[in-house]
Design a protein around this ligand. Structure first.
Ligand code: ZN
Ligand code: FE
Length: 253
């Protein structure tokens, strides 16, 4: 399996996933048609599938144009099927789909939008998390509840530690600044901030990042971590309440 990471719009990340055994190639989210065409051209791969994480326009607005150009099968969230035109296969948490010889488990990651899903490639352990989880952050809670969004993050936390996370935006530097504002003595977080600065300075993406790394540094994944909730002085609260508190603090940071 090969993955091509490329930027779209201002700060979106799109991904091409290529199965070398069958030649199948999926695009994760569909925005910025020119960026997609350029990435396909550079890779030499032929697009066969598009996997959509959620209905926001910066993840879907090139979908119909790409469908017109290529013979592709588009998979996307069942719960957002009325908000996205061009879906061929509707999927939900608990489903599994194939891309050639590769298998993807669908994760319910509702909260940023109600029907948001993630795609977890099971053999190589790659998670395409859309706007549900960023490095050191998570998406704004536009549609869902803290309980729902925390439940999605818990599903991610149950994946293997070596899982590599590929998210929908390059927000790592701003996320690091917020994370340090509430977790100033976290040595791994400080080291990650330095790494992010170096990566961005040399024009490299700050992702993928491992789940293990994120579990130690991303405040939104640590709402049930005793050590961290003590730092917040919230050790007597439920994880979903702590998650809601962190989300609110980030919204106004
Ligand atoms: Zn979004
Ligand atoms: Fe987005």
């Amino acid at each position: 399996m090969q993955i091509k990471i490329f930027r779209a719009n201002q700060d979106n990340y799109l991904y091409l996933i290529h199965d070398e055994i069958t030649g199948s190639t999926a695009l994760i989210d569909a925005s910025d048609e020119n960026a997609v065409l350029k990435a396909l051209d550079e890779s030499g791969w032929t697009l066969s599938d598009i996997f959509i994480t959620h209905h926001h326009l910066d993840h879907t607005d090139a979908l119909l144009a790409l469908k017109k150009r290529f013979n592709v099968k588009v998979s996307g969230p069942l719960l957002e099927s009325t908000k996205i035109s061009g879906l061929d296969r509707l999927v939900k948490g608990g489903d599994s789909i194939q891309l050639g010889s590769l298998e993807f488990d669908i994760l319910d990651l509702g909260g940023h939008t109600n029907g948001h899903i993630g795609y977890f490639e099971t053999k190589g352990k790659h998670l395409f998390s859309g706007d549900a989880l960023f490095s050191l952050g998570c998406g704004r809670m536009f549609e869902g509840t803290p309980e729902q969004m925390w439940a999605g993050l818990e599903r991610i936390k149950q994946l293997p530690n070596e899982t590599k996370i590929y998210c929908g935006h390059e927000y790592s530097a701003a996320n690091a600044a917020f994370a340090l504002s509430i977790d100033a003595n976290n040595e791994m977080l400080k080291a990650r901030k330095t790494e992010i600065e170096q990566q961005l300075a040399s024009g490299e993406p700050t992702i993928p990042v491992t789940l293990k790394q994120e579990k130690a540094t991303n405040p939104f994944l640590r709402a049930d971590d005793r050590e961290f909730t003590k730092v917040l002085n919230m050790q007597d609260k439920q994880p979903s309440e702590i998650f809601a508190f962190i989300r609110k603090a980030k919204d106004v940071f």
